[in-house]
Design a protein around this ligand. Structure first.
Ligand SMILES: Nc1ncnc2c1ncn2[C@@H]1O[C@H](COP(=O)(O)OP(=O)(O)OP(=O)(O)O)[C@@H](O)[C@H]1O
Ligand SMILES: Nc1ncnc2c1ncn2[C@@H]1O[C@H](COP(=O)(O)OP(=O)(O)OP(=O)(O)O)[C@@H](O)[C@H]1O
Length: 652
């Protein structure tokens, strides 16, 4: 199965698909060479999954659509060869790992594609072990596929796809349910597969922040294909040719970018990135001003301040560019020479006054910088202070409590305790996040709180809570989007149904079948269908997964609005940026126990806690958390970035 370097792995000519609903993608003309790695970007519903499905024939051979044009993989016509005939050259990781599982046992599942290709049985065992290892799934060998968490299943799906060393690897959001280690495993597996077998990879991914890791955008595939809302190819560009206007367009369209690129996009070209009219001293974090009231003569500091025309973003990017990627601590963004000299320095009133007088918090400054580029200053409405505190609820409002909760799972004889000794209380008016590594017990805890899983010990007390499942399809019961939202509501609730459809951008799709929506549209529908009910407590299992930037912000705002209306909200997430920007409180699960009940800011600043929970926030997020004065500052910066991203979309 060695790579044939003379043939393009993928060649498409005027390739186009249109579903019966009129939605579709294309025309697309592509040539992908061996070893090349391509990222497909675009807003929800732009046709990313459809494009991937056309490359291996699932559209139109398994999912009906009108397809025109041609696609060849490894020199073979996909239409002529068929899906089965491509099995030796194409590996696929679908958007929903559950729907791709064929066999009850993990080892058999990963061996299946090899057996299917009649690989020598003596080679299958070692190939399976290697693939599991590359996918970070060695620990799952011997487990039953029906007993895996979402993220665990996603690793197994990756292992099965890479096991036969395909020439083309198609990955549709392979990290959507993964924790930091899982994402590292995906990045590593892609590198190894490309290097060792010359495979080409085509990757659809929303979570670029996490996939990029501390290396930033440089770690991402070097070619980006960007689809527009209309399903047409907007850009096919090498990553180092991305310009600020293109980045801004992507943010405006609703694409997620790694934080470093997003800052570049939001702060604009020229101006903010290379400085601008910032008051001298503004670079010094206000926290420093408060903490160092008695600093002394320090020529380097003076020089630094005098030359202080560097924007905050530029500075964050520069500091991050040091590439040590190590632990950030408070004050880490101060010029290191300054930090080192500080203990020995003497009085210096000039600097002191300068620092103290800067008076602008890091957050205020970012808000100002962010606002400046969206519109002329005069048009920018003052940014209201974000609501960082929980919303007050009446003292007699019911709470949802778990008392010494324990859950065991699996068949008799192989039962495993997956949750133990969990005590917690959810309050109305509060948005709480639930974080933890894959398999730590998040979905299990949510199911228990919703009364869907019976505890082995302990109890849940409180009113019935609504639950949005990790896999949206698990909760669909109706045949149209509108009926799905209206399910269980009285007929006079029709206006509320229409409101919910509009809020989640589903009005256009109201008569479509829920199962035929794109991944992000399904996620939005599952949330709309829960939020429309007025349960006092809302539980959501990874509400942001599979969503583009705009939809994700919309969902987080909807959850906060529910809390502001007096409901209690608990959502699980692997996206620590969402947690930091929108949760009042965060529960940290590790290996079935509640490791911490804290605030997002305190979690981000606690290296030890992050490490023991297996959490790795993007470097820039950690840096921000260490620099800001308080939660209000952090939330202010993150939500200002969201507001700016949405405003760019509106402006476009
Ligand atoms: N089987 C189908 N029948 C009819 N319409 C479909 C079908 N599958 C997808 N669509 C529609 O085609 C459009 C493109 O869907 P696709 O899943 O390719 O989008 P996507 O870019 O991958 O979205 P997401 O980021 O939300 O996963 C969407 O508007 C979707 O509703
Ligand atoms: N039916 C089952 N039988 C045995 N073990 C199970 C079963 N379902 C889940 N588990 C195990 O329980 C643990 C907790 O699973 P859960 O789905 O709650 O984790 P999670 O934190 O939501 O993970 P993820 O982030 O991957 O979605 C995992 O180790 C999983 O393998």
């Amino acid at each position: 199965m060695s790579a044939d370097v003379t043939t393009a792995v993928v060649e498409t000519t005027a390739l186009e698909a249109v579903y019966g609903t009129g939605d579709g993608v294309g025309p697309v003309d592509l040539r992908i060479e061996p070893g090349q790695s391509v990222l497909v970007l675009g807003p929800s519903g732009s046709g990313k999954s459809t494009l991937l499905r056309m490359l291996h024939g699932a559209v139109p051979l398994a999912v009906h659509a009108q397809v025109d044009g041609e696609v060849r993989v490894a020199g073979r016509s996909v239409a002529g060869t068929g899906i089965a005939g491509l099995a030796d050259v194409v590996g696929v990781v679908g958007q929903d790992p559950e729907s791709g599982v064929c066999l009850p046992d993990v080892l058999d599942e990963v061996a299946f594609p090899l057996e299917n290709l009649a690989v020598d049985p003596a080679l299958i065992g070692p190939a399976v072990r290697t693939a599991l290892d590359r996918a970070g799934a060695s620990g799952l060998a011997g487990r039953a596929t029906a007993e895996l968490s979402g993220g665990e299943l996603q690793r197994v799906a990756l292992a099965a796809a890479i096991a036969p060393s395909p020439r083309l690897l198609l990955l549709d959001e392979p990290t959507s349910m993964l924790d930091a280690d899982g994402i590292d495993a995906v990045r590593h597996a892609l590198d190894v597969v490309r290097r060792e077998t010359g495979a080409a990879c085509v990757l659809v991914e929303h979570r670029l922040d996490e996939l990029a890791g501390d290396a930033g955008a440089a770690a991402l595939p070097d070619r980006w294909i960007v689809l527009g809302k209309d399903g047409r190819v907007r850009h096919d560009v090498a990553v180092d040719a991305l310009t600020v206007p293109v980045l801004r367009e992507l943010v405006g369209e609703g694409c997620w970018l790694p934080l470093d690129l997003e800052l570049r996009a939001l702060l604009g070209e020229g101006g903010a990135l290379s400085g601008g009219a910032l008051p001298q001293g503004a670079l010094l974090p206000s926290d420093y001003a408060r903490k160092q009231p008695r600093s002394g003569p320090n020529d380097e500091v003076e020089a630094h301040i005098a030359g202080g025309d560097e924007s905050l973003a530029a500075r964050l990017l520069r500091e991050l560019g040091r590439g040590d990627g190590g632990a950030w601590s408070r004050g880490a963004l101060l010029p290191s020479r300054y930090a080192r000299k500080q203990p020995d320095s003497g009085p210096n009133d000039g600097v002191e006054t300068h620092i103290a007088g800067a008076g602008e918090s890091l957050a205020a400054r970012m808000l100002r910088e962010l606002g400046r580029d969206v519109a002329p200053a005069s048009d920018v409405a003052p940014v209201p202070a974000p609501d960082v505190a929980p919303h007050p609820a009446p003292s007699d409002a019911p709470t949802l409590r778990a008392n010494a909760l324990a859950v065991a799972r699996g068949p008799r004889g192989r039962r495993r305790e997956v949750l133990r000794g969990v005590d917690l209380e959810l309050r109305p008016g509060t948005t709480t996040a639930l974080v933890g590594a894959n398999g730590s017990g998040k979905s299990t805890l949510l199911a228990c709180l919703a009364g869907l899983d019976r505890p082995a010990a302990g109890s849940v007390e409180g009113p019935r809570a609504g639950l949005v499942f990790q896999n949206p399809e698990h909760q669909f019961t109706a045949t149209t989007v509108r009926q799905e939202v209206a399910h269980g509501l009285p007929p006079d609730a029709a206006p509320r149904v229409e409101q919910a459809l509009a809020r989640f951008g589903l009005t256009r799709l109201a008569d479509h079948n829920p199962y035929r929506l794109s991944g992000g549209q399904k996620r939005r529908l599952s949330l709309a269908a829960m939020l429309v009910h007025e349960h006092p407590f809302l539980l959501a299992d990874e509400p942001g997964f599979g969503l583009d930037r705009h939809a994700s912000v919309g969902v987080l705002r909807a959850l906060r609005d529910a809390a502001a209306a007096g409901r209690g909200v608990l959502f699980s997430s692997h996206d620590l940026r969402a947690v930091a920007g929108y949760a009042d409180r965060v529960l940290v699960l590790a290996d079935g126990t509640l490791l911490a009940d804290t605030t997002p800011l305190d979690l981000l600043r606690d290296e030890a806690l992050l490490a023991s929970a297996g959490l790795r926030p993007p470097a820039l997020l950690r840096a921000l958390a260490c620099e800001v004065r308080d939660a209000q500052d952090l939330v202010g910066v993150l939500r200002a970035m969201d507001d700016t991203a949405l405003a760019l979309g509106v402006a476009a």
